[in-house]
Write a protein that binds this ligand. Structure first.
Ligand code: AHR
Length: 666
């Protein structure tokens, strides 16, 4: 035999043996995972896992709000942005944006369209970077129209990217000299992701047009002019404990006159005054010149959404400070009254009786019953003594009138910098109820900080981890991706939040939504395009925690603590769901090796065999979901074999595992 070949074979065998031995060494020594089921810890707040909505990444217009027409009211500073003129060579016509005798003072511009009738002449709207049209679904067109002259006839068309007409309706007999809402129904005969809406004058005449709108008939709860059903369904599936809204930085505004003002977002939609979205111009590397807030999704709709999906509303209000990353403009303390009044009025809008001024506004919008507001945020990411001074005034007024409302204060944009270290002691002195902490950092920060809250003062303010997300590359890098590694890092961190549920009462991932064609900030929990949406691995990590929250923390220990290298890579928490009578173990194995565990349920005498293992895992840490493979990294549920007070379980590599075991104790 050839000696060289022989040696090669021996070497290959040796390498296989060494690899197998190493694998066995890594998998053979089981850890002992002990859950002290008979020694319950603190209660877990029903609001523990929530969601944070901000109108960033086209999250509202072009996202959750199902309106398909961009710049429907011609109020963008470039009044025809989003529209193009349709003027074939024989057509003779004119488009002008006018302001005399508008629809109302908050909506001062409209379009006048005039044609000589020599050929079709009109306008076409591109939607929010392409209009999504589903085949055979019904779409409701509406517009405010006023006849100026002649007897014009309008053709309303839904067309494909190449101009093919997919649906058409005709409108005529308009009211001379008076605005009138006109409606049409359209049913496209094919699906289109980059469709358009055409409004065409087909004969001689002149009309004024405003609030040109197109909605799918099918919306969340089939509400006319409502929300995208597929997106809300993803939120409802999370079973969130609360929803924080409307942001984020948009609460603050880059200057005070661009701040979010809830009173401008309620009432008839044609009277809600458009505002530029601060994400329009915030990132030079992601400019979005067509980003404005129509407020079709306003405060009434936010409250209604919370009610629909069964979560507590958490509105955040401006506290007299513009974004300190931008102008940092301050409302002088002696003029703060207006801001504080907005907060007081909001409580009345949400909870007041229909015969109160603001409760009456709510009732007029169709909601007689209160929305049961229990908490409110004062400021988003403010810092410095200026914040403390303003927070103290808000707290005095709000606690004076509504002592039952829990106030969320903030600790700035970082979880550990000088701003944070200044604010926390001051808020403690003020006996703040709960402090909002924010953290965007790379996955290692989350893996390394799972014990962050172990040493927090139990007697001080509670914690709301109001914004967090692992960044695969760097904070605000457009290269960040929603990888499995990020989701595992967040999940590991969440085990630490859960173990400290006596201090941490609420937490929410941020941001929530991103339109794939119009985003500014990544990563995000849910990605959407004009036709579809999907949850990222981070979405499923949130879902597993939220749907398996449990009501009481159970102490859990792990001996020896397994490592996948130098740093810990196995993280665990446990809880009891009192209503279901189940023990819930959540564990993250972030290493490439399986972790064998001998699980001991101390204090448990009998276990029902119908136990479950829910596993979120994938082959590579870099794995992601996409429109093509929306469920590539998604939870799989299977029966948990051999469930008993002692059970053996193998936590697979790169996984978040939830074990649900129905157990009774001594
Ligand atoms: O979530 C994106 C932004 O991050 C929020 O608007 C802001 O609060 C934070 O800086």
């Amino acid at each position: 035999m050839n000696l060289g070949l022989h040696m090669k074979r021996i070497t290959v065998c040796l390498l296989i043996f060494i690899a197998a031995a190493a694998h066995l060494a890594a998998t053979a020594a089981p850890i002992k995972l002990t859950v002290q089921a008979g020694t319950p810890g603190p209660q877990i707040s029903p609001t523990m896992w929530g969601i944070f909505f901000e109108d960033v990444n086209f999250g509202a217009d072009g996202g959750l709000y199902a309106e398909l027409v961009k710049n429907r009211s011609f109020e963008f500073p470039d009044p025809l942005m989003g529209w193009i003129k349709l003027s074939p060579s024989l057509a003779k016509g004119e488009l002008s944006v006018l302001a005399e005798s508008p629809l109302n003072g908050n909506n001062p511009h409209y379009l006048r369209m005039k044609s000589e009738g020599t050929a079709d002449f009109g306008i076409s709207n591109e939607g929010f970077r392409g209009m999504g049209l589903h085949a055979d679904e019904t779409y409701d067109f509406s517009a405010q129209i006023r006849l100026v002259s002649g007897a014009p006839r309008l053709a309303i068309q839904l067309v494909g990217e190449d101009g093919t007409v997919l649906a058409e309706a005709k409108l005529e007999d308009f009211s001379p000299g008076a605005w009138k809402k006109c409606n049409a129904t359209l049913k496209p005969n094919a699906q289109e992701s980059k469709g358009r809406l055409n409004v065409i004058l087909q004969n001689k005449g002149e009309v004024d047009l405003d609030m040109i709108s197109l909605f799918p008939r099918h919306t969340w709860k089939e509400r006319p002019g409502g929300l995208r059903a597929d997106m809300v369904q993803l939120l409802a599936d999370l079973k969130p404990g609360f929803m924080r809204f409307p942001g984020g930085c948009i609460v603050e505004g880059s200057e005070l006159d661009r701040r979010y003002q809830w009173k401008n977002t309620i009432g008839p939609i044609e009277e809600r005054k458009l505002l530029v979205d601060r994400w329009n111009y915030e990132f030079i590397h992601r400019p979005t010149p067509d980003y404005y807030q129509s407020f079709g999704l306003g405060f009434f709709e936010f409250f209604q959404l919370c009610e629909d999906i069964g979560c507590e509303p958490l509105p955040i209000l401006n506290c007299g400070m513009a974004c300190q990353f931008n102008s940092g403009e301050l409302c002088p303390l002696d003029q703060l009254e207006r801001y504080i009044q907005d907060a007081l009025d909001l409580v009345e809008f949400a909870n007041g009786p229909p015969d109160s001024p603001w409760g009456g506004r709510r009732a007029a919008m169709g909601h007689q019953e209160p929305f049961h507001l229990k908490m409110m945020g004062v400021g988003n990411e403010q810092w410095g003594p200026q914040y403390i001074e303003r927070y103290a005034r808000f707290a005095k007024a709000l606690k004076g009138k509504y002592p039952e409302i829990m106030l969320v204060s903030d600790s700035g944009p970082s979880p550990d910098d000088d701003r944070f270290k200044f604010l926390w002691p001051k808020l403690r002195e003020l006996h703040a109820d709960i402090v909002d902490e924010h953290c965007y950092a790379n996955p290692s920060w989350f893996f390394e900080n799972t014990h962050r809250y172990d040493a927090y003062d139990r007697a001080g303010p509670k914690v709301f981890m109001g914004e967090y997300a692992a960044q695969s590359v760097a904070v605000v890098s457009p290269k960040n991706r929603n990888t499995l590694e990020c989701a595992l890092a967040e999940a590991a961190y969440m085990t630490g939040l859960e173990r400290n549920a006596d201090v941490v009462r609420m937490a929410s991932y941020a941001p929530l939504f991103a339109n794939a064609g119009a985003w500014q900030w990544t990563p995000d929990m849910i990605w959407v395009n004009s036709l579809q949406c999907f949850g990222t691995p981070s979405y499923y990590a949130q879902l597993l925690f939220s749907r398996n929250r449990g009501s009481t923390v159970l102490p859990v220990s792990c001996e020896p603590p397994p490592t996948g290298g130098a740093a810990p890579s196995f993280f665990v928490s446990a809880a009891r769901d009192e209503a279901a009578g189940e023990i819930i173990i959540k564990a993250v194995n972030a290493s490439q090796e399986p972790v064998e565990a001998a699980v001991e349920l101390e204090g448990v005498t009998s276990v029902s065999p119908a136990a479950q293992a829910i596993v979120l895992a994938s082959a590579r840490l870099s794995d992601q979901n996409s429109f093509e493979e929306p469920a590539k990294v998604s939870p799989k549920t299977s029966p948990l074999e051999g469930a008993g007070p002692h059970l053996d379980y193998q936590f697979q590599p790169y996984s978040l595992v939830v074990l649900r075991i129905h157990a009774t104790g001594k």
